[in-house]
Design a protein around this ligand. Structure first.
Ligand SMILES: NC(=O)C1=CN([C@@H]2O[C@H](COP(=O)(O)OP(=O)(O)OC[C@H]3O[C@@H](n4cnc5c(N)ncnc54)[C@H](OP(=O)(O)O)[C@@H]3O)[C@@H](O)[C@H]2O)[C@H](O)CC1
Ligand SMILES: [K+]
Length: 512
């Protein structure tokens, strides 16, 4: 599923209508019918739809939805928040067709005052979609405010009115929908916060945009969902050998931080790595090893208080490895700076850096730029802020753009964590993971992700798909745990590791 900007959506519509010759009215008919079908299925008890329509194409969709729901036996009523003569093109055609069918309509720029809601009514927001710019003007402002006050369900068509499609700030007023029926493809704001909250339940319906139109578009982003994970997760063959499933080195922890390497190692092992060597300061080793039985160990020199010591001469076993991950719990000392520099310049395999492993990167930009082997960074917005000099708020407002610029600049894979983690490749391709849960907002979740990324990037089929699958499986494990009754209050990284086998089994089962 592609994720688009409003401009890309317009290009797609334009190509379909102008180049391929599909009539605008037909595309709108497809869109409205698909949305109506979905709304009808979503609310089996409903019998009445009150539709608020704008004068643009979003409003046009509203008229098609009204006519279709009426054919299906519902009572419908449209409040057009514009004069009838303000409509043009497909919206005018469908308004006229709606009227010709004898269906009820009130038009005008005043604020509508529908009857108070009763059982079986749903409200449909077809006021503004991708054509919105800036703060909501009247009568849309008051209409949005009114819709936010009703107790009956409010379903938005394409985008809740007021919410921008792209990486823009939310205006002061927007429809807070219970559900949004997205037409053909989601826009950026579907996966940006706080905008995403306004969508409510997300439903995406295909509206018959021809493949040729999609092929003509420069496609830059897509979601990464269960189907993508199932398609790409490689099958294990009977004759596979532990050496075939990747040998990884994980460098993490300190005497007072044995949890980070233990969590990352267990997650890595449950995510399918063939062989794992865990490298921790010597005094943390027995604590970590007592929780991770399947790893081998490479103890690190340490300071008196059990932090990594000078690692300049440490003979790391780079050569025997297919991939390396480092960061969690290492601390932000000179030793970590030395280690990060050595990792960037000496490892000839994919390298994953997280947490303290990201800390010194602003000082090591030349080493990053000169690195010839894949580099995978997994920052949360705070860490991304440090990498770019922006605040976490600024990062979250422009997650797609900031990620792409950084990944391109340093030719790295960037996993920008958060609800709907975004994975960006060095070429700028972007994937938005659709899995995840509020339960993941906890210490230890990131450590688990580092381990899963280390394991799954080595399983392939490509590094890119392996990283996407790691992020997806991480989120899915949390989702399954919550579905099975674990509270998102109680959920810990240890639960995540326990549920990872179920998440992978669930993905594998989709292959069959
Ligand atoms: N995805 C598809 O392939 C299809 C989508 N369809 C639907 O079309 C809309 C986009 O339609 P468009 O006509 O471009 O735009 P809108 O209907 O969203 O809005 C246009 C009107 O909005 C007014 N406007 C803009 N900003 C504001 C504001 N802040 N306050 C009030 N009014 C605003 C604008 O008026 P101006 O006078 O300001 O220009 C326009 O009148 C998409 O979302 C889908 O629902 C197609 O139906 C099928 C294909
Ligand atoms: K809308």
């Amino acid at each position: 599923m592609q994720v688009v900007t409003s401009k890309e959506m317009q290009q797609l519509d334009q190509y379909t209508i102008e180049t391929l010759g599909m009539k605008e009215e037909l595309l709108m008919e497809n869109a409205g019918r698909a949305a109506a079908g979905d709304i009808y299925d979503m609310y089996p008890e409903a019998h009445t739809a009150v539709i608020f329509a704008g004068k643009g194409n979003n409003g046009g969709d509203g008229f098609v939805i009204g006519r279709t729901l009426s054919s299906l036996g519902w009572n419908v009523y449209v409040y057009l928040l514009a004069e009838e003569d303000a409509l043009s093109g497909g919206a005018l055609y469908h308004k006229d067709l709606y009227r010709a069918c004898g269906l009820p309509l009130t038009a005008g720029t005043g604020v509508p005052e529908p009857e108070s809601p009763e059982e079986g009514i749903i409200y449909i927001d077809a006021m503004l979609g991708t054509g919105i710019h800036g703060e909501l003007k009247e009568p849309f402002y008051s209409a949005a405010k009114w819709l936010n006050s009703v107790t009956a369900p409010v379903v938005a068509v394409d985008i809740p009115t007021g919410v921008p499609a792209n990486e823009e700030e939310l205006p002061g007023m927007a429809v807070n929908a219970d559900a949004t029926v997205i037409l053909e493809a989601p826009t950026l704001s579907t996966y940006l916060y706080p905008a995403s909250h306004y969508y409510g339940e997300i439903r995406i319906v295909p509206i018959g945009v021809p493949r040729a139109s999609w092929n003509a578009l420069d496609q830059k982003r897509q979601t990464w969902d269960l189907t993508d994970a199932a398609k790409s997760l490689p099958e294990r063959t009977q004759e596979s050998h532990k050496g075939d499933n990747g040998k990884g080195l994980l460098i993490a922890g300190a005497y007072n931080m044995p949890g980070a390497p233990a969590i990352a190692s267990n997650a890595c092992l449950h995510a399918g790595i063939g062989l794992l060597t865990t490298s921790v300061p010597a005094s943390a080793l027995s604590a970590v090893a007592s929780h991770v039985l399947e790893a081998t160990y490479f103890p690190l020199p340490e300071t008196e208080d059990g932090q990594v010591a000078d690692l300049q001469e440490t003979p790391f076993p780079w050569d025997g490895m297919d991939g390396v991950a480092a960061g969690s719990g290492l601390g932000r000392t000179e030793s970590t700076r030395v280690l990060t520099k050595r990792l960037l310049t000496e490892t000839q395999t994919p390298l994953v850096l997280d947490a303290d492993g990201l800390y010194f990167l602003p000082e090591l930009e030349a080493e990053m730029a000169n690195r010839e082997h894949p580099l995978i960074l997994t920052p949360h917005p705070g860490e991304m802020g440090r990498l770019t000099g922006l605040s976490p708020k600024e990062i979250n407002a422009e997650r797609f753009t900031v990620s792409r610029e950084y990944a391109r600049k340093f030719s790295c894979y960037l996993v920008l964590k958060g609800p709907n983690t975004i994975i960006t490749t060095p070429e700028g391709r972007q994937y938005v993971s659709t899995s995840g849960s509020s339960a993941l907002a906890k210490g230890g979740s990131g450590d688990a992700l580092t381990g899963i990324v280390l394991a799954m990037m080595l399983q392939g089929p490509t590094l890119e798909e392996g990283v996407c699958n790691a992020v997806y499986a991480h989120g899915l494990a949390a989702e399954i745990a919550i579905r099975e009754g674990i509270s998102d209050y109680s959920f810990t990284a240890s639960n995540l590791i326990d549920y990872l086998p179920k998440a992978l089994a669930f993905i594998q089962a989709q292959k069959k």
